[in-house]
Design a protein around this ligand. Structure first.
Ligand code: ADP
Length: 283
């Protein structure tokens, strides 16, 4: 039977996950994920960082069964992604937002684009119409219902992609470098949409190269070499300067500024959690 585990509120569990790609039908010997263990409780906001090629996108594609593990287990609410019968349910529960907003848009107006996914799921029209209005408001695209998506800014397009995903009311939304092609305004808009989703109780997995974006999360996971290397609160993770530089990872602006000031003889405390705290201390 498919187990709908409310197991301590855990939504995502990866147990000893191993994975390698098959290239032209020949399976590669190289493990992209080499014994990855992680759990994410329901409602948590997690950021995932790691060098290029560390397996972040591969891990993301495991979470809704786009890829299935070669070894080990991926469980979503206790549902195993290798169980074909559970796959449809898993895809309802886990939404994905990718890097390039242009690749995620299918219709000729904002409203039709959101409707497309719902129609595919067979949602009745009387349910669909109010649902579309709700998600348009949630991502702040009110007034743009009839706009052709190619007239939207990058940030608006990515918010449209988010609307299409959250229209299915998933429990988890995975953002795979969903801000990396956007300008600062667009990034800010998408981060705000993510924040609101989290406040509404959705579990967030946000893959990003930006330390300042990762600061928004409750927990940061660092992946390297196909494994989880380090995890903790943003304050914990960003106090590990040596580890972060080993993996060539970005550190938040306030950390760089604090270090620069200390080098110039400013007597500052060891840790500040964000730019605001640093400014407080300097004041
Ligand atoms: P990240 O998201 O951390 O940059 P990826 O999961 O994209 O890492 O990639 C991990 C490794 O898997 C890389 O070495 C990459 O070249 C390889 N890889 C990714 N996608 C494919 C694919 N479709 N076929 C073969 N190898 C792939």
């Amino acid at each position: 039977t498919v187990f709908d585990g409310k197991c301590g509120g855990l939504v995502i569990q990866l147990r000893e996950v191993r994975f390698h790609y098959a290239i032209e039908g020949v399976s590669s010997k190289e493990w992209v994920l080499s014994g990855l263990n992680l759990s994410i409780p329901s409602g948590e906001y997690v950021a995932v960082m790691g060098p290029n090629g560390s397996g972040k996108s591969t891990m993301a594609r495991m979470l809704n069964g786009l890829l299935v593990p070669t070894g080990g287990q991926v469980l979503i609410d206790g549902l195993d992604t290798r169980n074909d019968e559970a796959l449809w349910e898993i895809r309802q529960r886990v939404g994905m937002v990718f890097q390039n907003p242009d690749n995620q848009i299918v219709a000729t107006t904002v409203r039709d684009d959101i409707a497309f996914g719902l129609e595919n799921r067979g949602m009745p029209r009387e349910e669909m119409i109010p649902r579309i209005e709700e998600v348009i408001a949630e991502v702040g695209l009110d007034g743009l219902e009839e706009t052709p998506p190619h007239h939207l800014s990058g940030g608006q397009k990515q918010r449209l992609a988010i609307a299409g995903v959250i229209a299915m009311r998933p429990r988890v939304v995975v953002f795979d470098e969903a801000t990396s092609m956007l300008d600062p305004t667009g990034r800010g808009e998408v981060l705000e949409a993510i924040r609101r989703l989290h406040e509404g109780g959705t579990t967030i997995v946000h893959i990003t190269h930006s330390a300042d974006e990762a600061l928004e999360a409750e927990r940061i996971m660092i992946m390297a070499g196909g494994r989880l290397q380090l995890e903790g609160t943003p304050a914990e993770v960003f106090s590990r300067a040596e580890a972060l530089s080993r993996w060539s990872l970005d550190v938040p602006f306030h950390v760089k500024l604090r270090e620069g000031l200390i080098r110039r003889g400013m007597p500052l405390s060891e840790k500040t959690a964000n730019t605001e705290e640093l400014v407080e201390e300097l004041w």
